[in-house]
Design a protein. Structure first.
Length: 448
């Protein structure tokens, strides 16, 4: 006699799995901002509700994430949101209206809510657009409630119901998703909220990197209720940098140029030479054969802020900072706050690379006397799903998979001779060569 047996999934285990899929409450909040981006929103507002507290600093009781995107239809909620691990974002890599490359490919948003709190209320007003206009309840408002405290040991994960209420929409023109999270699982500190603000500011590429590309996504952080004043989410201090390296990898050719800030915020490519160590002059800008291209074509921008404001103007041909702009002390504080090299894929940041203190290139270990450390540079690695498919995040989104493509980008910590085979370490060396040129020029000036 034969029987068919089926897997069951204990609810407690599912809950634990979800909590372990997101590193911390700050990362979970950022993931929900990414979901809004995937949903073609132009604005995402994250609000912390609670009260200031003399002992704890703040008490956060609820977090609200609201956007004006396409919203989730009844089918989306039933078959995507509540279907853990669905492949829809892999099968549909572009958002339906704006054609954005989606960044939430592993369904982390669902677990991010669970990481933050037990009580989840999702209010969705789906947008009607071609191909979606005939869906069930497309003109209604859907309210889904989830209580993760119901997911206890002994219950089957799929047997626990999630209630959804369909009501008339108050404003027929409104669309988007609002997520309300309460019964929070972790205590929030003022530093936590500031970390969210910092990371939101760098979630998308800064305006100076985007240049003429369309930038139609804005994130707003509101923490007034817990006593944290509004502050501009700025991420464009790079224009103050004395030196900037732009590098690009195309096939087997790695090229770069280094410019200095001259008049105002204008830049000019440096045409000077440096000593290559063998008594020969070598150009600051140039290219090399890079046969170890396993990461794919990419672009890099690194901004170098030497220690001490005296190097920021009137030295090495650097122009004075324009009047009415930030003071050098404010620029130094901003560099300290934003320093590190960030990685972006499809214009959205991959965390935690480039967070304060995250020296993922191990520059402290690789210094060659050039005196360029992680706290003196602010950089951006620009990747795309099309050109860099082998550079992938782990399931938990806490780091990139350490494969050959990543080693080609960042180097191999187990191979101390990887410099010439690493895109990033090769470019860092070029910045160090430029800085050695500046120091040599300074010494020669003193000698004369």
């Amino acid at each position: 006699m034969k029987y068919k047996l089926y897997h069951t999934f204990d609810a407690k285990h599912a809950k634990n799995l979800g909590e372990e899929s997101v590193s911390d409450n700050v990362q979970a909040t950022i993931e929900l901002g990414k979901n809004a981006y995937d949903g073609d929103a132009t604005t995402c507002k994250i609000t912390f509700l609670g009260v200031p507290d003399k002992i704890q600093g703040i008490i956060v009781r609820k977090i609200v994430i609201e956007d004006d995107g396409i919203g989730m239809s009844f089918d989306d909620i039933a078959n995507k949101w509540l279907n853990i691990g669905t492949q829809n974002k892999i099968q549909e890599p572009l958002s339906p209206i704006k054609g954005r490359k989606v960044v939430g490919a592993k369904g982390i948003g669902h677990f991010a809510c669970q990481k933050l709190g037990n009580k989840i209320t999702i209010i969705s007003n789906p947008l009607k657009y071609p191909g979606r206009e005939h869906l069930e309840h497309i003109d209604k408002t859907m309210i889904l409630t989830q209580d993760w405290s119901d997911y206890v040991a002994g219950k089957n994960f799929s047997d626990i119901p999630n209630e959804i209420n369909i009501v008339d929409r108050k404003d027929p023109e409104s669309h988007g998703v609002t997520i309300e999270i309460s019964e929070l699982k972790q205590k929030w500190t003022i530093d936590d909220v500031k970390r969210v603000r910092l990371n939101l500011g760098l979630l998308l590429l800064p305006p100076s990197i985007l240049k003429n590309q369309e930038d139609d996504f804005t994130i707003i952080l509101d923490a007034n209720a817990v006593g944290i004043d509004d502050a501009e989410i700025t991420n464009d201090v790079m224009k103050y940098a004395p030196y900037k390296l732009h590098g690009k990898l195309r096939g087997k050719k790695l090229s770069w140029d280094i410019s200095r800030r001259i008049k105002g915020f204008e830049r000019k490519t440096i045409v000077d030479h440096y000593d290559d160590g063998k008594g020969r002059p070598a150009p600051i800008s140039g290219s090399v054969d890079f046969t170890n291209n396993k990461c794919g074509d990419l672009d890099v921008e690194i901004y170098h802020f030497p220690i001490g404001p005296k190097f920021w103007e009137r030295t090495d041909g650097l122009g004075a900072l324009p009047s009415g702009e930030l003071k050098t002390s404010a620029v130094k504080n901003a560099v300290r706050e934003y320093s590190g090299i960030k990685i972006y894929k499809d214009k959205v940041r991959i965390m935690p690379y480039g967070d304060p203190g995250d020296d993922w290139l191990r520059l402290a270990e690789h210094r060659h006397g050039g005196d360029i450390g992680n706290t003196m540079i602010l950089g951006f690695v620009l990747l795309s799903s099309d050109k860099n498919p082998e550079i992938q995040e782990t399931t938990t989104r806490q780091k990139l998979i350490a494969n050959e493509a990543y080693a080609s980008l960042a180097g191999d910590p187990n191979n101390k001779n990887m410099d010439e085979h690493s895109v990033m370490l090769t470019l860092i060396r070029k910045l160090e060569d430029n800085w050695a040129r500046v120091q040599s020029k300074k010494k020669q000036t003193k000698k004369n």
